[in-house]
Write a protein that binds this ligand. Structure first.
Ligand SMILES: [Zn+2]
Length: 146
């Protein structure tokens, strides 16, 4: 028997993120006053308290900062997916933004901290979920300042 999986419910702050996912790109909120990225989306900048934020398109890649591999489903709705990984992913192009997501490593126990990943999008009904897949080799890094 399968049960419905709990899904994110977009709110006023996060709706632009979910809309961008449905359109096939990853975005993060950036303060127009101090230019710092923030996550999760919110009305005010936590750094300078400026009201509002600009949604900035990101390259859709990142680096795994930490992860767990789930071998036992805590919700029966996920029983058919175990084992699966849940990772903190530092997003490229959005300094300081780390989001939580699934990494589709095959098999999951090949995932390592420092793994470079790229986003892909899965339509799960009411939302399109960003998920990540390992990429090899690592993408080129920006040139170091001289
Ligand atoms: Zn700010």
């Amino acid at each position: 028997m399968t049960t419905a999986r709990p899904l994110p419910v977009p709110d006023a702050d996060s709706a632009p993120f979910w809309t961008a996912c449905r359109e096939g790109h990853l975005v993060a909120q950036k303060c127009p006053a101090c230019a710092r990225f923030r996550w999760p989306p919110m009305e005010f900048c936590p750094w300078c308290h400026h009201h509002g934020g600009d949604w900035t398109a990101l390259p859709g890649t990142g680096v795994v900062q930490s992860f767990v591999i789930v071998y036992r489903a805590f919700d029966p709705a996920f029983a058919d997916s175990i084992p699966y990984s849940v990772a903190h992913i530092a997003l490229d192009g959005a300094d300081g933004v780390t989001i939580i997501g699934n990494v589709l490593a095959d098999p999951p126990n090949t995932l390592v901290v420092g793994q470079h990943v790229a986003v892909e999008f899965s339509d799960v009904g009411s939302v399109v979920m960003p998920r990540f897949r390992p990429i090899f080799p690592a993408p080129p890094t920006e040139a170091l300042p001289e």
